[in-house]
Ligand binder design. Structure first.
Ligand code: PRX
Length: 632
């Protein structure tokens, strides 16, 4: 029997059970899947050594649970509705049977190209069904997919390919996002100049623009798939074999390749999807994320497919052709479950309400948010204008590393509170830590958010750098997983995530490291040093504020900002462009040479009156100069 919580009473009861016997709880959940062979050991390892394992010895292929298992029961049900960037372009629906056939064909293609179990395949594509087919085909043959968001630059793509030594790249000729064209194949060609491990490139046609072609390396998707057989036997995997790598930013250094494995990730995404969203058979679920982020992996691809749900693949953006785009799609497909990011809600709130009122949103039953804290104003707008006051909002807190949702209301079950992710899912045990590394007991308290016990969906390592995995998550608080987030537990025991406590920014729900952006800025010949901080931004949640020391003061700061933008776009991608830059005579440094970012954050947030103690600075005068400076 699938664990399907139906009342708040039941939630409390199951939560308590999961605490009494964690392993039995997860074993019960895992037992609902199709395993070729059951596991030898439910769980071993822990945070101390970072050697976490779940369902070891269990043999499976995750796509048999996402696809094969459904063929006899819901083969003709729609798995995905594809909604293209422009509402007048070709749209289509794909049944579970068709998706299965396509995944089998493409699995055969990949194997014919020599891709084997354990090989890494990079996917850099538009949000189309072929992206999802590519990922599932990798999983079916045991290759490790690494999806790179198709907004990253050639250099970022190259770094990700190099880090995991990918053997193949799957891309499109190009894509359209809103009114912009992104030449994916040109960007890929540029990246591949420094990626000798990539022997094959498969190009899926999307824009039909002219592209360069490397004979012997590049092949068209449609040519390869044409004669491929739709009979394919999935490769047997161990529960702990790698499923995918997804790069995400940390507080230092380059983005890290977070690795998830087959069994635990499967169990966890399926369990969380079913219980958080409470999707029933005839519902139409739409998560607006891009598959290039973890939300797309867990709640567009895997979680919904395990549960036989009907989902939407949306290629577009919220404000193209106009600000009614989301609501037009909701009306068109009678969407019942709608899951998006607070930044999109805030952006759409700023337009005339007529864009909402034009459409019939009566099909909606459940609303969700993810990726960043939601402010109360946005929560109420979402609740009143989109949900008509009758749809529960699930504010889902989780991370790339957690694999799936950790703290969230269960739709229609957990009483909600604006701005609160509310309560942990059964099987999840959050704790708040004080400065001395001790658990803070009781309610009405704040601290750093940690997790006390491993859960099946936790990332197993950082690709190629297990030390970094241990250092980032398991060293700050011995014996716990540290999330990097600050959190408040209110008098009722409800959790409110207050944001990152490290040097990670959350810009429009996208995770960026300050060090990454600084490194890009520092490539400019006129930059001596830079320091990037976040500041409150009405729509993006956090904006990027860059302080920079220049060799020669630029006489036209606006033109200089453009140069910095171009550089950051080239090195990382447009999402990392600073919103504001300030040329500074120096940076506030301690005697040991560390930048005191707290001061810069205050200046950026326009809270510079109250600077706190600056006596440890090498040159306190620099603070006054920065306070008096101008941002562009
Ligand atoms: O700071 C938290 C924030 O997003 C971070 C994780 O980012 P990423 O790995 O890119 O995953 C985003 C999608 C799961 C967290 O450390 N965050 C995520 N969800 C919420 C949130 N902050 C507040 N409320 C949330 N619901």
């Amino acid at each position: 029997m699938w664990l399907n919580i139906k009342s708040f009473e039941e939630y409390n009861q199951i939560y308590n059970q999961s605490e009494t016997d964690r392993l039995k709880f997860w074993e019960h959940e895992a037992g609902t899947f199709y395993w070729r062979k059951s596991w030898d050991n439910v769980h071993s390892g822990g945070f101390e050594k970072g050697d976490i394992k779940w369902f070891e010895g269990g043999k499976l292929n995750i796509t048999e649970n996402a696809l094969d298992r459904h063929l006899n029961t819901i083969g003709n049900k729609t798995a995905f509705i594809f909604e293209p960037n422009h509402p007048d372009s070709f749209r289509r629906t794909i049944t579970y049977r068709q998706l299965y056939d396509d995944v089998c064909r493409f699995s055969n293609v990949l194997q014919e190209k020599g891709i084997q179990k354990g090989d890494r395949v990079c996917i850099y594509m538009a949000m189309t069904p072929e992206l999802i087919i590519s990922a599932l085909a990798c999983a079916r043959i045991g290759a490790v997919h690494s999806i790179v968001f198709a907004g990253f630059s050639a250099q970022s793509l190259a770094e990700r390919i190099q880090d995991c030594d990918a053997k193949m790249l799957i891309t499109n000729d190009g894509l359209r996002r809103g009114d912009k064209h992104v030449p994916l194949k040109d960007i890929s060609d540029e990246a591949l100049k420094s990626c000798p491990t990539v022997k094959n490139v498969i190009v899926c046609q999307r824009t039909n623009r002219d592209i360069d072609w490397v004979e012997g390396r590049d092949e068209w998707w449609h040519m390869l798939i044409r004669n491929a057989s739709k009979v394919h036997k999935a490769v047997e995997m161990d529960a702990e074999d790698p499923l995918f790598i997804l790069y995400t930013s940390g507080s230092t250094g380059k983005p890290k390749g977070v690795l998830h494995t087959c069994g635990g990730y499967m169990v966890y995404t399926s369990y969380t999807f079913r219980n958080v969203f409470q999707v029933s058979e005839e519902d139409v679920y739409w998560c607006t994320a891009d598959a290039g982020w973890i939300t797309g992996h867990s709640y567009i691809i895997y979680g919904p497919l395990f549960n036989g749900a009907t989902g939407v693949i949306f290629e577009g953006v919220p404000n193209y052709p106009d600000a009614g785009r989301f609501w037009e799609v909701v009306e068109k497909y009678r969407i019942t479950h709608f899951y998006t990011a607070p930044t999109a809600i805030r952006a759409l709130m700023s337009y005339d309400i007529k864009y909402v009122q034009k459409y019939d949103l009566s099909s909606l039953k459940v609303l969700g948010t993810v990726g960043e804290p939601i402010n109360e104003e946005a929560w109420h707008w979402y609740n009143d204008h989109i949900g008509g006051g009758r749809c529960p909002i699930v504010d889902t807190w989780w991370q790339t590393e957690t694999g799936g949702i950790m703290i969230s209301p269960l739709a229609g079950i957990t009483p909600t509170k604006p701005g609160f992710a509310t309560l942990p899912l059964p099987g999840i045990f959050p704790v708040l830590m004080d400065e001395n590394g001790k658990e803070i007991q009781g309610n009405g308290v704040s601290g750093n958010l940690c997790l006390k016990y491993p859960w099946p969906g936790i990332a197993r390592t950082v690709w190629g750098d297990h030390e970094r995995y241990l250092k980032t998550y398991m060293t700050s608080y011995k014996g716990y997983y540290f999330t990097g987030d600050g959190c408040r537990r209110d008098p009722e025991g409800y959790y409110r995530i207050t944001g990152r406590v490290d040097d990670v920014l959350n810009v429009s729900g996208h995770r960026l490291g300050t060090a990454e952006i600084e490194n890009a800025i520092n490539e400019h010949p006129n930059i001596v040093e830079s320091a990037v901080v976040g500041y409150p931004h009405d729509i993006k949640g956090q904006g990027i504020y860059a302080f920079m020391i220049c060799e020669n003061d630029p006489n036209d700061p606006v033109a200089f900002k453009k140069e910095i933008h171009n550089l950051v776009t080239k090195i990382i991608g447009p999402i990392a462009k600073p919103d504001l830059i300030q040329i500074a005579p120096g940076l506030p440094k301690t005697r040991s040479g560390k930048i005191m970012r707290r001061i810069l954050r205050k200046v950026a947030a326009k809270e510079a009156e109250d600077m706190g103690d600056v006596s440890t600075l090498l040159d306190p005068a620099v603070v006054e100069e920065i306070k008096g400076g101008k941002a562009y």
